[in-house]
Design a protein around this ligand. Structure first.
Ligand SMILES: [Zn+2]
Length: 50
């Protein structure tokens, strides 16, 4: 969870292409720009040191 819950929800709906870094819908199985199959979900995992 970041500072803005709405923004987090928006980010979790997006997948990012590993090749061209294009943003795709979470429903897309491959990139709509370059057709690359491997998309990662754009979730921000913030590791904080205590
Ligand atoms: Zn792509």
């Amino acid at each position: 969870m970041g500072k803005f819950p709405v923004f987090d929800a928006e980010i979790s709906k997006v997948k990012v292409c590993r090749r061209c870094k294009g943003r795709n819908s979470i429903n897309n199985e491959k990139c709509r720009r370059c057709g690359y199959k491997f998309l990662r979900s754009k979730n921000k995992v913030v590791k904080r040191k205590k």
